[in-house]
Ligand binder design. Structure first.
Ligand code: KIV
Length: 275
């Protein structure tokens, strides 16, 4: 299994930008220190995604995620991220009101977590805000197509950019690239549209359910590790079945405790001795 190429230093947004056309950009989410340690070795970008609201905190959508949640998990991930570029999501309600509101909250995320960039959702209508942040020293990753923070307006987690809607999504991605975003996430788009946008814009596209033609890919770590038995979206390839393995292990432990099979002598301390 290949680790990322040898690096003298942590990747910065400008390095990610330069991967376009040279090397696929490998990205995963992480929300905790131990998972970040595993991901950092293999990825170019580690994203503390606001998906943590659903994955870790059991929220029904990402809409209820707060700045405090993003900063707490951002700090945990930063402790184990020394190779990959660390990006933290701006939560719903923390940036849409004005460029000034976005700067205040983005600056807080960067200062309090030590991340290299923030990610925010939205296309043409957010381009001015992206420009405002970039001009003031905060690198921004964009996110268009299916934007989960707008689930209530979109009416569900539907594929975007079909038919005439393709032009809107393309303009959204182009507006963010022109505004200075160093990369743009394309979520849940037809495969050919993902490839077309990738050919049209000058910064890397990071696909999630947007086909192999994107410059890079991202998945939610917990999804690709198979932690959830009942969540199997089409765009996720499961590289492990950790949920099933964990359930087996927990059942075996419970059975051992009930049968007085655990702890054994090897897990117990003698009256005298060093260990
Ligand atoms: O919140 C998230 O995890 C994300 C992606 C997976 C793109 O935004």
């Amino acid at each position: 299994m290949s680790a990322t190429p040898d690096r003298q230093r942590q990747l910065m947004p400008v390095d990610i930008r330069q991967l376009k056309g040279k090397s696929p950009v490998v990205c995963l989410t992480a929300y905790t220190t131990p998972m970040a340690r595993l991901v950092d070795e293999h990825c170019d970008v580690v994203l503390v995604g606001d998906s943590l609201g659903m994955v870790l905190h059991g929220l029904p959508s990402t809409v209820g995620v707060t700045m405090e949640m993003m900063i707490l998990h951002g700090q945990a991930v930063a402790r184990a991220t020394s190779r990959a570029c660390l990006v933290v999501d701006m939560p719903f309600g923390s940036y849409e009101e004005s460029p000034q509101q976005a700067f205040r909250n983005a600056a807080r995320i960067v200062a309090e977590t030590g991340c290299q960039a923030v990610k925010l959702e939205g296309g043409q209508h957010m381009a001015g805000t992206v420009r405002f942040l970039v001009d003031r020293g905060i690198p921004v990753m964009g996110h268009v197509g299916l934007t989960p923070q707008s689930v209530n307006a979109l009416g569900g987690y539907k594929v975007q950019g079909r038919g005439e809607d393709a032009a809107r999504v393309t303009q959204d991605a182009a507006a963010l690239a022109e505004a200075g975003a160093f990369a743009v996430v394309l979520e849940k788009l037809p495969e050919d549209l993902g490839a077309r946008i990738t050919a049209e814009i000058g910064v890397p596209t990071i696909g999630i359910g947007a086909g192999v033609g994107c410059d890079g890919q991202i998945l939610v770590l917990d999804d690709m590790l198979g932690l959830f038995a009942d969540f199997r979206p089409k765009f996720v390839k499961r590289y492990a079945e950790m949920g099933a393995n964990a359930a087996q292990a927990i059942a075996a432990y419970a059975a051992d405790v009930r049968a007085k099979q655990f702890p054994g002598p090897e897990h117990s301390f003698a009256t005298e001795g060093k260990a």
